[in-house]
Design a protein around this ligand. Sequence first.
Ligand SMILES: [Zn+2]
Ligand SMILES: [Zn+2]
Length: 97
Amino acid sequence: MKKMDNVRRRNALFHFGFGTDVMKNIKICEKCSHPESSMKTFCTKCGSRLPKNNLYDFYKAQHKNCQKCGTVLSDSMDYCPRCGTKVNNNVPLMIEK
Ligand SMILES: [Zn+2]
Ligand SMILES: [Zn+2]
């Protein structure tokens, strides 16, 4: 049971901006969705050319990320959990304290 919790927690962390080093090392084949090492150029499963960007690049493009340290953040975060920088998501913030 405890092992399951750890896995679940790790997955949650992965989705909330941690585990970026892992993502940087993974590319996803656009054709068959097979995960590959980012060092590879071609998918070992179907032979298609892998995308230039790794999983982290895609993830980063889809989410807010810290301008200072590059940590990917969930959409609800206003501050970077790693360095505490206020998130600038290129939208002018109306609420100021
Ligand atoms: Zn493939
Ligand atoms: Zn940061």
